[in-house]
Structures are given as C-alpha cells and as structure tokens.
Design a protein around this ligand. Structure first.
Ligand code: UD1
Ligand code: MG
Length: 467
C-alpha cells in the first residue's frame, strides 16, 4: 500500500457485560484472543504500526498482545494507556503522541474481531490520504449505535450517538461501525476541539465528522452489507454467536477446498488446520494449535486433535484425543488410531501402526506395523517394527524421580498384563509371557516369563462357614 497507515486499536473499555475477570479483548474466538484477530487483520494490511489503547486490565492485555505480535509478521506494536476512560475520542487522543502526521490513522476496536482485510483496504482507498472515511452498515435494528446523518444531497453531515439522537434520527438504519480511516494531521486538529457536552458526558470520537463538515471536507461512507464483519462482542452470548459465524465461514472454506465435513455446524478449528486431498471429518471434532491432515485422512466423530501431523491415509476413529503440545505428535501413513485412544507429546507412530481403545502413548516411537490394540501405556519407549504389545501391558517408565527408556526391538511379542520396568531392552523377536514383570534385559528370540509359578493342589476343600 502506498499510504502509510497507523492502526489504533481501542481496547481500554471494561467489558462489564462479560462478567469476567479476564479483560474482554483477551477472550478467545477460534482459539485466539479477540484483539489478536484485530491485530492479525492489521498485519495483513502491512500497516506501519499498531497502537493499542489499554486501560482496564492493561497489565494483562499488554503482555498477551506483545507476545502474539511475534506471530503476526512481527507487526510493530505499541501501547498507550488511557486512565480514566473518558470516551472513544479521549482514547484515540492517547495514541496521538505515537502517530506521525504524514500517515493515515485507521481506528479499530479490540472487540470487533471479524473484519476482513479487503474491507479495510476499500475503506483506506476511500480515505485516500485526504478524506475522513467511515465504515457503515444498514441494520434492521440499529438500537444503541451511532447513526449516520446525511443531508438532502446524501452527503454525510454527522454521526449522532443513539443516546443523543432525536426520534427522527433514531429511525435512521445506517450506523457507524466504530471503524474509520482519517488523515492523521486532520485527526490531530479535530481531537483538540472535542468536548463532552452530550448525553453520556464522554469525548466522542464520532464528533470528528461534525468538524470535518465544518471545515468543508467531504466525509466518505463505505457501506458494507456483511454485519458479521463489524459485530462487536459485549456479552458471552455475542461471543458465542460470533464464534459460530467464524466457524461456519471456516467450514465453508474447507469444503470449497474439497474437505468433506459431515456437518459444517459441528466442526471447530481453534488454530491452524491444513488438509490434503479427500479428507473426511465426522461430526463434533475440535482442532487446536497446528494440525496437518494428509491426503485421504479420515477423522471419526468426537475427536479432539491438537498440534499433530496425521499422514496420508491414516484413520483416527471416534473419541480419540491427540495433543502434541510443544513436542508434537506424528501419525504415520495408513495408521489406525482409536476409538478412545490418547496420543500425547512426542508420540511418533510409523506407517500402518495400530493404536486401539484405551491405549496411551507418550514420548514414544513406534516403527512401521507395530500394534498396541487394547488397554496399554507406552511412555518413553522405542518400539521396533511389527511389535505386538498385549492388552493391559505398560512401560513403567518412572521410578518416582526420573524417567527411563524402554526399548522393544523388532518383532517382539509382549503378552497381556506385562509390566516392563525401565530402563530395559527386549531383544528382537523375543516373547514375553503374559503377566510378567520384566526388570532385566531379554535376549533375542527368547521366551521370558517372570511371574509366580502356577501351583495346583488337588481336591482342595474350601473353608466352610462356621454355624
Ligand atoms: C461506538 C461509537 C458508535 C458506534 C459503535 C459501534 C462513539 C462515541 N460511538 O459506540 O457510533 O456505532 O461504537 O460499535 O465512538 N473504549 C476505550 N476507551 C473509552 C471508551 C471506549 O478504549 O474511553 C473502547 C471500548 O473498549 C471499545 C470501543 O472503544 O472497544 C468502543 O467503545 P464503546 O463504549 O463500545 O462505544 P459504543 O458506545 O458502542
Ligand atoms: Mg460498543
């Protein structure tokens, strides 16, 4: 963009109706704080900087947003405190010392998360470095919003806040979205002229329209029809409504890309989901963090999958929980996981691995073709090709102080209900008898049994109840 744009994000308000200890702009939508959506949109416009006006909860808001900025093309981010909060005009006034007169100021709200970059680009084109440009919208119920007042010729002459509006003005359906683009040198002059003589006793940013008109300047209104893009969050109900709108849009974009969603209304992405070709996702799945699904991957109903790579042709059966956290999880091509499986950080499953119901895998590598089909725990283990890990067997990887590794070489067969006390290595091709507690390394090809020998006493008389 040829214009130098500075974004001002208003985020000092209290958010009373959220009834939450968390500042409103840090509430999450699609897994990201509301204000981070706003900053992300700004970053996509390659703006010169963003200045966030903070007040209520500033000590929480500022570090949270500063941390997020690193993931947003390193958007230059600064903060200006507004204490006390005397209105939107007063809010922008706090940012002025950080804004240079050669630029355009784009005013956004930290609680309006779903504005699209294209919409803001169109607004900036209207502004063109010389005009005051307002983003507006026609609403069936404009109650509570500032109304766009026009003269007989259709030119914008003022924004009148709902509480200050006459009955005739309240009948106007066109509202101010809270988003404007304005040449900074003009804004500076107008903000100096603000007063708080109005119904709310606040310094209204919207009064700049009046001043622009008085100065003989054209006020441009860029009217859009998509209400979701300017919808704000003031209450948990509005947050939930926007969450659905956001998810619905995402779901549609995945379907356009060929992903088959069983029901786009029951699909949630709270991070970044990348899908290959011919992916199928059943109902009620939640994706968090960064998740990659390869070609032909199928995800069953009610799975929660976070920070994982699921390779081509793998199938995740219903009710499976996968969370790679920082270390990640990899599910190899053609692997079968679940139902009711749990993959934790550092689980690396090779090709065609089978992980069945009630099996937990953490920080373990399973080579191609290995299987743990029922009721098992594999932690800190290196499992070779084609190993069969029996029902009810576990690696005892923790001695109360330290974690130790278990190595199970290729083609080992571990029977049911075994405890492998780490550190321990099971030699290739060996067999472990069911119910064994293995504390020493086993050699290749051997059968190892470590349990009390079975004893049978013939004709055993059970004790009789005394009368
Ligand atoms: C504002 C507009 C109104 C518009 C509506 C759209 C004004 C005077 N009115 O009204 O025309 O239709 O948005 O949603 O601008 N904030 C601060 N400091 C303050 C006051 C507010 O940072 O002193 C922040 C809030 O946290 C919020 C944003 O500014 O993010 C908007 O404030 P809000 O009080 O919601 O303004 P509205 O009355 O809704
Ligand atoms: Mg509001």
């Amino acid at each position: 963009m040829s214009l130098s744009v500075d974004v001002v994000v208003m985020a000092a308000g209290k958010g009373t109706r959220m009834k939450s200890a968390l500042p409103k702009v840090l509430h999450r939508l699609g897994g990201r704080a509301l204000a981070v959506h706003v900053l992300d949109c700004a970053a996509r416009l390659s703006v010169r900087q963003a200045v966030v006006i903070t007040g209520h909860g500033a000590d929480q808001v500022e570090p949270a947003l500063a941390q997020a900025a690193h993931q947003l093309n390193d958007l230059p981010l600064r903060f200006a405190r507004q204490e006390p909060q005397l209105g939107t005009g007063h809010a922008v006034l706090q940012a002025l010392p950080l804004l240079a007169d050669d630029g355009v100021t784009l005013v956004l709200s930290g609680d309006v998360p779903l504005t699209q970059p294209d919409t803001l680009l169109a607004l900036l084109r209207e502004c063109d470095g010389q005009h005051l440009a307002l983003l507006t919208l026609e609403l069936p119920d404009p109650t509570g919003y500032g109304r766009i007042v026009r003269n007989a010729g259709g030119d914008v002459t003022a924004i009148v806040e709902h509480k200050d509006a006459s009955a005739a003005q309240r009948a106007i359906g066109e509202i101010y979205s809270g988003i404007m683009a304005v040449p900074t040198r003009l804004l500076r002059g107008w903000l100096a002229r603000l007063d708080n003589h109005n119904a709310q006793g606040e310094y209204y940013l919207t009064d700049v329209v009046k001043f622009a008109v008085a100065d003989g300047l054209m006020v441009k209104a860029h009217r859009i029809t998509d209400a979701v893009q300017v919808a704000g969050v003031n209450s948990p109900a509005q947050l939930a409504e926007l969450e659905r709108a956001f998810q619905r849009r995402l779901a549609e974009s995945y379907m356009v890309g060929g992903v088959r969603l069983a029901d786009p209304a029951r699909f949630d992405v709270r991070g970044e989901l990348v899908c290959g070709a011919d992916v199928e996702i059943d109902v009620n799945c939640v994706f968090e963090g960064r998740v990659l699904l390869g070609d032909r991957v199928r995800i069953g109903a009610n799975c929660v999958i976070a920070n994982a790579v699921i390779e081509d042709g793998a199938v995740i059966h219903p009710f499976t929980h996968i969370d790679g956290e920082k270390a990640g999880v990899t599910v190899g091509p053609g692997a079968l996981v679940g139902p009711f499986a749990r993959l934790r950080p550092g689980a690396r499953l090779g090709a065609e691995v089978h992980i069945g119901n009630f099996v937990e895998v953490k920080n373990s590598t399973l080579a191609a073709g290995a299987k743990a089909n029922h009721l098992a725990y594999l932690g800190d283990a290196t499992v070779g090709e084609r190993v069969n890990f029996g029902a009810g067997s576990i690696t005892a990887n923790y001695d109360g102080a330290n974690k130790h590794r278990t190595v199970i070489e290729a083609d080992v067969h571990v029977g049911s209900n075994c405890v492998l006390v780490a550190p321990v290595t099971l030699g290739a091709g060996g067999t472990v008898g069911g119910g064994s507690t293995i504390t020493k390394d086993t050699s290749s090809g051997a059968l190892s049994v470590a349990r009390g020998k079975q004893v049978s006493i013939a004709n055993w008389q059970r004790p009789q109840k005394k009368s």
